[in-house]
Design a protein around this ligand. Sequence first.
Ligand SMILES: NC(=O)C1=CN([C@@H]2O[C@H](COP(=O)(O)OP(=O)(O)OC[C@H]3O[C@@H](n4cnc5c(N)ncnc54)[C@H](O)[C@@H]3O)[C@@H](O)[C@H]2O)C=CC1
Ligand SMILES: O=C(O)CCC(=O)C(=O)O
Length: 430
Amino acid sequence: MAENDVSTPEVLKDAQSRLQDIYERLDVSDDARQRLAHPRRSLQFSIPVRMDNGSLKVFQGWRVQYDVTRGPAKGGIRFHPNVNADEVTALSFWMAIKCAAVDLPYGGGKGGVQCNPKELSRMELERLSRGYMRAVFDVVGPDVDIPAPDVNTDATVMGWMDDEFASIARRQLPAVITGKPLGLGGSQGRVEATGEGALEVLNIWADRNKQKAKKLKVAVQGFGNAGYHFARAAADQGYNVVAVSDSQRTVYSAEGLDIDAVYNAKQQGQLKPFSSGSKNKGDTLERDAVLGLDVDILVLAALENAIDDNNAKQVSAKVILEIANGPVTSKADSKLEQAGVTVIPDVLANTGGVIVSYFEWIQNRTGDYWTAEVVNQRLRERINQQADLIFKVAKDEKVTLRTATYMQGIRRITEAMDHRGSQRFFNGDC
Ligand SMILES: NC(=O)C1=CN([C@@H]2O[C@H](COP(=O)(O)OP(=O)(O)OC[C@H]3O[C@@H](n4cnc5c(N)ncnc54)[C@H](O)[C@@H]3O)[C@@H](O)[C@H]2O)C=CC1
Ligand SMILES: O=C(O)CCC(=O)C(=O)O
């Protein structure tokens, strides 16, 4: 198993360490354990980009397809200076678990480019995005692997990649990538889906635990696509969002932040503590202060490993909602469980994004485009159906929500492996 493999990278090793317990609970076969110990296909490539000043810069890119047993690989593309093979592999593994956990007909994939997009001009970013698609052209497609946005990539980047694919293929095939602009076959609701889907999961938790939104104080780490849309929708529903943070600072107001005003300030340069009340102007705190605030719900919507062994004890919230992928390490998870903290895990909480990506893919393939109301209703339906099953497993098996979600995902993946038969070793495109 990967556990004893010294070459297994830390973030992936940590991600996979959660599997042992699940395998034993589900009595998973040795064949399936071995298959899930390794990504099915990893591609690393160079992307040469002509910079605006005429020089050439070569970026490193990855696409990993962790598992495709239940359908084509699915998962976003991240542009960030810390992207590396280990991280992309762990992210693709989580995609496989989450797609199966909410019963999407997909496997798991993920991609990334090691770069600092803040240092690139718009033209350089477009050339890099097109270069990425040229590099993965042979291994993506609507039935093979379907990329989407992630950290520092958005609808504009997806639009450039879609266009590059179309120009190489010499035909329009919008279902090759999701999270596109509406004018290129994107879906209503995809931009908001990750944050709003996470809020739906939090509401399900609150209903089951007889908690009222208005009484709950919330702090949000990360104020990008996922964190902002969560904070805005949560404040609209009456949650008291007292703090948000980004890679520079935390802003705080005890009486609640005016999320739109904070967002507008961020668009113009930096987070500022606009309070929703008239008296208190709010405070600016150091970046990681958000993690230890006296709140009911701590929402993690930035990057992996935000809470680890060292800072787990700072958390005073009784509930953590993981919108980021992998924001709590497995050691920290155990400490939090012992301290009575409920963690609503990434592989359930952040599935709104990939669910609406699935809706986009269906719309592209059928040519039948849905209204925002239809998208939102179907999103809520699916999250509620799948979360009900997961909460039931957690209750029946007396396990954490993370273990219950992994059990749902792994059970569906390994059942599909069994249906495919034991003699199938071809490692082609499906
Ligand atoms: N965009 C999507 O549809 C989905 C995103 N996710 C996950 O949600 C997380 C956030 O993704 P997006 O919002 O799309 O990215 P984004 O690029 O829009 O925003 C990331 C935010 O995190 C902040 N950040 C970075 N380091 C930080 C730190 N140390 N402390 C506080 N804030 C920090 C950045 O300043 C930025 O506000 C990632 O883990 C991503 O994989 C998960 C599912 C879908
Ligand atoms: O929308 C998608 O296909 C994937 C989004 C993603 O990368 C994620 O859920 O982490």
